[in-house]
Design a protein around this ligand. Sequence first.
Ligand code: SF4
Length: 170
Amino acid sequence: MLFVAFLLFIFALALFWQASRQQKNAGLPSGRVIYADTRAWGPLEQPLYDPVSGLTGKPDYLVEEKDQIIPVEVKSSQVSAAPYDAHIYQVAAYCLLVHRHYGKRPPFGILHYANRTFAVDYTPQLEAALLEKLDEMRQTDRRKDIPRSHDSAARCARCGYRSSCDQRLF
Ligand code: SF4
């Protein structure tokens, strides 16, 4: 349940930071607008898990590009100038998982909004910022159980952790 809590925390951060589109954290890449051929995107069957960091997650897609594996996160919302910070962290987490699982470090991850697609560079600085966040999350998790952050049965129905989650609604 600990790893589920980690993932939920990332989504909680997404909600918390959604109000701001500014890049407040030094070192966070702002994302490059790219054209993405969605036909090459392949869905992932199982979540990826990294026993070292305790992190798990399931990118919406993985795309193979020039011997590299790039994680893709799809958002149904629109965005204006730059991706949200929390979404950048989410893509960074997927890059870390891809690196640990496949042994290949993705140079970037893709954030696909309804109106725009960004490449988020997976820099050493971004990785360090992510690991710092995970550390904070671990300490938070030690202090208390993090409750389900929503009341959406539909979301649970689509969730890859449903079979092992004791808070599922569906
Ligand atoms: S099953 Fe529902 S409550 Fe559990 S992790 Fe998935 S979305 Fe959250």
